[in-house]
Design a protein around this ligand. Structure first.
Ligand code: PBG
Length: 331
């Protein structure tokens, strides 16, 4: 008696394995999230994210050129502005000469083909570190959406290819789409953070931008659970993604990555637009910390995670590993 099916035959050596491999990974699958600081010649490593820096526009542009040469074709931009520019309205977010707007211009001037996707959310501009405007201790939806449309328009005017709302307010994709259309920005796309969970995996990011929710003379919610999703939920993620597609999103995103790959697959099967996945700061920090201790093999873990995110259904992966992974893939 012999086994009728010898599945191991297709695993005999690397040549046959590569011939039947179902998923592939390449530098153009990645987007790189970048943290921009005010000033010039500023480059500060984020303590909980080794290898990731908060840098001024000069350094950011330099790194964008490196990324382009490695085959990475998109960047996500986050800014850290000084506290004096923060208030409860977030109005610095749509200052046409603001840090984000200057960064977008500088990148597009230096590398015109690089897809620039600025983050659209009020938290870097909010004295309370929340993604929306606060009234009576609540994050209010519709006034926040209005602010987000102004912010998005200013990004488009600065030259952004896409805007990427990460705030989780209701109706913001449609409102942003309308304003972009009315102002003639028909080809500026929207990548919506559709299924964004209230996650402790964002810890290091909030350190990077100093954007953790905080009281500042007014009592405010200590977490983002009234707008970001409950991680116990699955059906709600599909609803969010479908709503965003119907409102005009060109790309929908699931965030975080690794612990949410079931959601990635379900969203992928439910929508007809590309799905992006954000492998977030805490996921990056865990790999760095464990490999620094010699507990995990850094490069192997990095590649396995990225490939598995792709296998789950991601067309695009926003990852702090973009540069390191691209270097390995180009070897
Ligand atoms: C906020 C925003 C967050 C991240 C991206 N945009 C943090 C938050 O929601 O508090 C997290 C990204 C990461 O952890 O890498 N608009």
């Amino acid at each position: 008696m012999f086994p009728l099916r010898r599945n191991r035959r297709l695993r005999t050596n690397e040549s046959i394995r590569s011939l039947v491999r179902e998923t592939s990974l390449s530098p153009q699958d990645f987007m790189f999230p970048m943290f921009v600081a005010e000033g010039s010649n500023v480059k500060t490593e984020i303590a909980s994210m080794p290898g990731i820096y908060r840098q001024s526009i000069d350094g950011t542009v330099k790194e964008v050129k490196e990324l382009w040469n490695l085959g990475v074709k998109a960047v996500n931009i986050y800014v850290k502005v000084s506290d004096t520019l923060k208030d409860n309205t977030g109005k610095e977010a749509w200052n046409k000469d603001g840090l984000m707007q200057q960064t977008i211009k500088a990148i597009k001037d230096a590398v015109p083909e690089m897809i620039v996707m600025p983050d659209v959310a009020l938290d870097p501009y909010s004295i309370y570190g929340h993604d929306g405007i606060i009234e009576d201790g609540q994050i209010i939806n519709d006034a926040t959406v209005d602010a987000l449309t102004r912010m998005s328009l200013s990004h488009a005017q600065a030259g952004a290819d896409f805007v990427a709302p990460s705030d989780m307010m209701d109706g913001r994709v449609e409102a942003i789409r309308m304003v972009l259309e009315e102002e003639g920005f028909h080809n500026v796309g929207i990548m919506s953070y559709s299924a964004k969970y209230a996650s402790a995996f964002y810890g290091p990011f909030r350190d990077a931008l100093d954007s953790a929710p905080k009281e500042s003379g007014m009592e405010v919610p200590k977490d983002k659970k009234t707008y970001q999703m409950d991680y116990a939920n699955r059906i709600e993620a599909i609803k969010e993604a479908i709503d965003d597609v119907n409102e005009g999103a060109d790309i929908v995103m699931v965030k975080p990555g690794m612990a949410y790959l079931d959601i990635v697959r379900e969203v992928k099967d439910a929508v007809d637009v590309p799905v992006a996945v954000y492998q977030v700061s805490g996921e990056y920090a865990m790999v760095k910390a464990a490999s620094e201790r010699g507990w995990l093999d850094h490069d192997k873990i990095m590649m396995e995670q990225l490939m598995c995110i792709k296998r789950a259904g991601a067309s695009i992966i926003s990852t702090y590993f973009a540069k390191e992974a691209a270097i390995l893939l180009n070897k």
